[in-house]
Design a protein around this ligand. Structure first.
Ligand SMILES: Nc1nc2c(c(=O)[nH]1)N[C@H]1C(S)=C(S)[C@@H](COP(=O)(O)OP(=O)(O)OC[C@H]3O[C@@H](n4cnc5c(=O)[nH]c(N)nc54)[C@H](O)[C@@H]3O)O[C@H]1N2
Ligand SMILES: Nc1nc2c(c(=O)[nH]1)N[C@H]1C(S)=C(S)[C@@H](COP(=O)(O)OP(=O)(O)OC[C@H]3O[C@@H](n4cnc5c(=O)[nH]c(N)nc54)[C@H](O)[C@@H]3O)O[C@H]1N2
Ligand SMILES: [Mo]
Length: 828
């Protein structure tokens, strides 16, 4: 986030005009512009050109001088400056890059003590040695056991690209050589994506939303419910089309209401001038119940809608009214739990039911214990309001993500390399949910699985038995940062015999491996990507900007060589070169576009011109309303649920007989939240996504200076909470939870609800005395050292970082230096 709850730079910093990128129009020309600049001293000739490439954070122009990237910025100007686009040179030439193949000393010596991971020295080896080591170890584990011993789930956000998709390439290699253990689900929507199919018949969280053009026209009130789109849409899974933020700006200009329900006054709240309703973290279900109760009390709930389009309201209402448990879920009850005055709750019921309201729900509120309930209750509330399927009303679970609601363009989608050795797969939307492994477990159970092979757990009405993982191969993810309860993870991580990581940087995960192979950034290889996971608005070329640094290789080249050594080269490469692959992905889009009567340039011309392609958008797409056909005729267009309707009561879930997920939405008090603190840990913790990073990506760039406090991750503290602890703005503080301790830099602000600390996810784990202490102090402020590692419930087994209690104090000792962004210890 920001030092003093930073203000968003509203000036469009005009990168295009100020650099050699400048050309007319939205897109820019480039490729081969050579400026000869003579310096005063010698006749030093600078060869300068601008290359268009792309990343999660959008289409980029990179200025290259004498083979070195010196500057980067947007290749298509965004509506709001996106600083993530400005640090390509930092990424390429970072202090933290893995330069050579490296092996942990103990591992190389045959020492079986895996607790040395993370604090052993590193030995440089040749690529030849590294390939030998990996190939023979893979062979050994496969021969002694089988696919169930190799974990290749490898969750993570890697880099964009149709070809150089590190995890897909790992899966491709592992499938070509005998299979592997994968995982189910993701961290983003772990709870919602499992409950929503029972309620709506789709996972819903990764679906196109009612078109923004319709929102602008018809919506009176936007509710950002646990959503911070101005921050979270700086990136996309493919590459951002940069349009969602523009639509939010347009909505703001209409002067209509935007309400933010959030424990933090987010960047979106500030930037959009929205009304902030501070809420205790993890108490949205009580708030929704309080609003729902008021609707019934004032007879504002839409009974006709409930009757025609939903199932089971009759089983839910007695609970709502307190007939089943003696507790009416009225506004006063909700006020007590949420911290929101009952009059405000009643007013929300009045406003939502009298105005066209779009409930735009983000996902932070389901990344917590019983996270299934929030989205279920949100859909239930929207059903009671009766606006689902109407222009501009109802709910949307993806307006804050990858520019949901930006109308879908008419063109063709690039395909991408497949992890299953079948045909090319799609390169849009949630491609990470593709099932590439035959054995899998819910991914947020990773520590549990590593520690307890053979243990059986419940999951969505089934039983899953953990495999015995002996080898982990991870590419494109940072589990030692992204997973909850880091100290437990460190222990779990000591169980496998071998851990191999392909990485660009010496991340906490790479540091904790046995073998680390250096990989290129996307700027050191050629690729392609779509933009806008829902809009498919552009095809961006991802042209190589500079030569690979040091001895880095692409994941493709690494797995190609490993496949060759395993005797399956042809299966892996299909005889294609990098450019042949790219052309084949492009031609799939070309053919599809032609069927849609949209002409794309020949591949060679496109590649040579090095320009984004922009597809047209139809009037029909602009008018698209989610659930409109269902609303028009629910018999002809039923939902994919057992009843064909919205299930407020699910027989399927009820029959699972879980104590932590029942037949209808339900308020389960979490073990740790603002309403359940202790004397030792009197505060709640929330861990939103960071404005200046993509999780842990870009943490090592100069953007760090924009948000760190005393070189630590900033933690937001309410002035009252700071004052009683003698903490002032800028202090280094120590935060402790039942699970661990971290240092952070205090940002004292009324932009966070009293009683809650906000520490953003993605800060690199930097333990002070790993191996010496049970709870080593993280010097940098990784929130997951503090969070709980517990499934959301037996239904989804999702991750639950946002239900966590902590204490904070001023740190009085000599603050230890943050060292995680430097090279680790090497054997001389
Ligand atoms: N407390 C808390 N924890 C959370 C969350 C939260 O809200 N709170 N959010 C969760 C969510 S939603 C998510 S999605 C996860 C994110 O967790 P991750 O996806 O693991 O996070 P990233 O930082 O994106 O990690 C990507 C890694 O891939 C590397 N990489 C990039 N390109 C390449 C490549 O081409 N090849 C290889 N081999 N490596 C590459 C990068 O250097 C980086 O280390 O975190 C989760 N953790
Ligand atoms: N800049 C940037 N953009 C990103 C990412 C990133 O790391 N950086 N990550 C990407 C990924 S992988 C994902 S999954 C999405 C994540 O998208 P989200 O999950 O929606 O993002 P979060 O920041 O976790 O949560 C959104 C807001 O919810 C609030 N919140 C948290 N808990 C609660 C709660 O209990 N109740 C309420 N009412 N509010 C709550 C947070 O304070 C935050 O302001 O973002 C994507 N976009
Ligand atoms: Mo995510």
């Amino acid at each position: 986030m920001m030092k003093k709850q930073h203000k968003i730079d509203n000036d469009r910093r005009n990168f295009l005009k100020n650099s050699s990128l400048s050309m007319a129009g939205a897109t820019i020309l480039s490729g081969g512009t050579v400026n000869a600049i003579f310096s005063g001293k010698a006749h030093a000739v600078t060869e300068s050109k601008t290359i268009v490439t792309a990343a999660h954070w959008g289409p980029l122009g990179v200025v290259v001088e004498n083979g070195k990237a010196v500057k980067s910025g947007p290749a298509i100007e965004p509506a709001l400056v996106n600083e993530l686009q400005s640090v390509v040179p930092d990424q390429l030439y970072s202090e933290t890059r893995v330069k050579y193949p490296m092996v942990r000393k103990g591992y190389l010596d045959g020492n079986k003590d895996t607790s040395l991971r993370g604090h052993d020295e590193w030995v440089r080896v040749s690529w030849e040695q590294a390939f030998d080591l990996v190939a023979s170890e893979m062979k050994r584990v496969r021969t002694e056991g089988g696919a169930e011993n190799i974990f290749g789930g490898s969750y993570g956000w890697k880099s964009s690209g149709s070809l150089h998709s590190s995890r897909t390439l790992l899966h491709r290699y592992l499938n070509a050589t005998g299979g592997f253990v994968g995982h189910k689900g993701d961290y983003s929507t772990g709870a919602a994506q499992v409950i929503m199919p029972h309620v709506l018949g789709t996972i819903e969280v990764y679906e196109q939303q009612t078109s923004w053009e319709t929102i602008l026209e018809s919506t009176d009130i936007i509710v950002l419910w646990s959503a911070n789109p101005i921050s979270t849409m700086r990136i996309a899974w493919t590459s951002t089309d940069q349009k969602g933020i523009e639509y939010f700006q347009k909505f703001k200009q209409t002067g209509k209401r935007i309400i933010c329900i959030d424990p933090v006054r987010s960047e979106s709240c500030d930037y959009l001038g929205a009304e902030w309703i501070p809420i205790n973290t993890a108490t949205d279900v009580p708030l929704m119940l309080g609003i729902a109760y008021t609707l019934v009390e004032t007879q504002k709930h839409d009974l006709a809608f409930l009757k025609k389009y939903t199932k089971g309201y009759d089983k839910f209402e007695p609970y709502l009214l307190g007939k089943t448990d003696g507790q009416p879920k009225n506004a006063e009850w909700a006020a007590n739990i949420t911290g929101i005055p009952s009059e405000v709750i009643k007013q929300l019921a009045q406003d939502f039911s009298s105005k066209r309201t779009m409930l735009m729900a983000g996902w932070g509120m389901q990344r917590q214990r019983h996270g299934e309930q929030t989205h279920w209750m949100l859909v239930t509330l929207a059903a009671m309001l009766g606006q689902i399927g109407l222009a501009g009303g109802g709910f949307g679970l993806s307006y804050h993500y990858s520019n949901g609601g930006v109308p879908t363009a008419t063109g063709g989608n690039l395909s991408s390399i497949s992890g299953t050795l079948e045909e090319n797969s799609s390169n849009t939307g949630q491609s990470w949910l593709t099932k590439a492994a035959s054995i899998s477990f819910p991914l947020a159970r990773i520590s549990d699985a590593l520690l307890n092979p053979g243990k059986t757990i419940q999951y969505n009405g089934t039983e899953i038995t953990y495999p015995d993982i002996k080898l982990i191969y991870w590419t494109g993810g940072n589990p030692l940062v992204h997973h909850q309860d880091t100290n437990l993870m460190v222990k779990a991580w000591q169980k496998p015999e071998t851990i191999i990581v392909n990485e660009i940087n010496w991340t906490p995960t790479a540091r904790m491996a046995d073998i680390v192979l250096p990989v290129t950034t996307s700027y050191e290889r050629n690729d392609l990507t779509m933009s806008g996971d829902y809009s498919s608005l552009h095809i961006y070329p991802m042209k190589q900007v500079v030569e690979p640094q040091f001895e880095a290789k692409s994941d493709y080249d690494i797995f190609h060589e490993l496949a060759k050594r395993a005797g399956v080269e042809e299966k892996f490469t299909e005889g294609k070169s990098e450019m042949a692959w790219l052309k084949s992905f492009y031609m799939d889009a070309f053919t599809a576009a032609r069927q849609n009567r949209v002409v794309m340039p020949r591949f060679e011309k496109f590649w040579e011109e090095n320009q984004p392609i922009t597809f047209p958008v139809s009037e029909k797409a602009k008018k698209w309303v989610r659930y409109e056909p269902f609303r028009q005729d629910p018999l002809l267009n039923p939902l994919g649920t057992p009843s064909g309707k919205i299930e407020i009561f699910s027989d399927v879930i009820a029959k699972m007989n879980y104590d932590d997920c029942k037949g209808h939405p339900y308020w389960f008090e979490p073990e740790e939240f603002a309403g359940n603190v202790t004397e030792q840990y009197p505060l709640a913790l929330v861990t939103p996504h960071p404005y200046y990073r993509l999780h842990s990506q870009l943490a090592h760039t100069s953007l760090r200076q924009k948000y760190t406090v005393n070189d630590r991750e900033p933690v937001l503290i309410h002035p009252d909470d700071a004052k009683v602890r003698g903490i002032v703005d800028g202090d280094i503080v120590r935060i402790e939870s039942p699970r661990g301790q971290v240092l952070a830099g205090a940002v004292v602000t009324d932009g966070v609800i009293k009683g809650t600390l906000a520490l953003h996810e993605g800060a690199w784990y930097d333990p002070l005395d790993l191996g010496k202490s049970d709870k080593p102090l993280c010097k940098n402020g990784c929130p997951n050292v503090l969070t709980r590692d517990e499934g959301t419930s037996k239904l989804a087994q999702g991750n639950s970082p946002n239900t966590c209690i902590v204490q904070v104090e001023k740190f009085t000792g000599t603050p230890p230096e943050v060292t995680v962004f430097k090279q680790p210890k090497m054997v001389a």
